[in-house]
Design a protein around this ligand. Sequence first.
Ligand code: ADP
Ligand code: MG
Length: 286
Amino acid sequence: ATPTALMVGTGRSARMGILIKNGEVLEAVNDVKTVIFDKTGTITVGKPQVTDIVGDTTQVLKIAASLEASSEHPLATAILKNAKDSGIDYSPAENFSAIEGKGVRAVVDGKSAFVGNAKLLNDVEVSDTFKQQMATLQAQAKTVVFVGQNHQIVGLIAIQDAPKPTSKDAISALKSQGLKTVMLTGDNQAVSQAIASQVGIDQVVADVLPADKADQVKQFQSTGKVAFVGDGINDAPALSTADVGIAMGSGTDIAIESGGIVLVKNDLRDVYKALELSKKTFNRIK
Ligand code: ADP
Ligand code: MG
């Protein structure tokens, strides 16, 4: 390997906003068979908006905002903004806890309260009406969270995070190279499948807890080398485990540190460019 070629290749890519941080990536890139994507902030814009509230709007938003005021999750930001825009004043939460990949709990106005997905519910019953409303919203590619108090569901909040305008082209470029594309997400199957269909992703692995993302990457490695594209704190282990970790430049510091390649322009189409450039660079220095 000649270091000059490496520098030239990576220098050229750097000018295109594609930072190749190490040579290991270059060695793996010819054998990549699968490209796995995180959903939120990677395939989607990552700025979710509340679209529907089921139940007594004021009550549902008040409880939800009280809890989410202590959370930094993108869904929390969406819920808080909606509550503020609707002029709802919420109460401070006590004993707040965030449960990764599930939701948040706290005591609000002296009552135990929660916002989150089905995994958070344990033995809390969901009525058939809520189940049906949830299914309808999820089929529209909306993420739905339960809002509850005293062990009862009081309502639902639907939140939409649209795919980036470039995601579809980015996926189709990879597929045209014979690569398999996969979405790996903590969100639920119905929503994830709806978004995957919009952008042409081949396979969806949903309901994955943050701690299990790296294990999922390992499973795909049994069929060939894997590139993983992500942006979040919860993507860092998967980025390190993958043969080629690709971090979005807008991502969290830890994601950027864990990626072998960083896409400075946050354009998902640069995944294809990054792989092609890496191949050329490697084949030149080989
Ligand atoms: P992703 O893999 O899409 O980045 P996360 O692992 O961050 O997703 O979250 C997965 C799911 O956990 C969310 O879709 C939501 O149902 C639930 N969740 C996590 N944090 C919160 C929160 N603060 N409020 C409500 N729901 C949450
Ligand atoms: Mg993400």
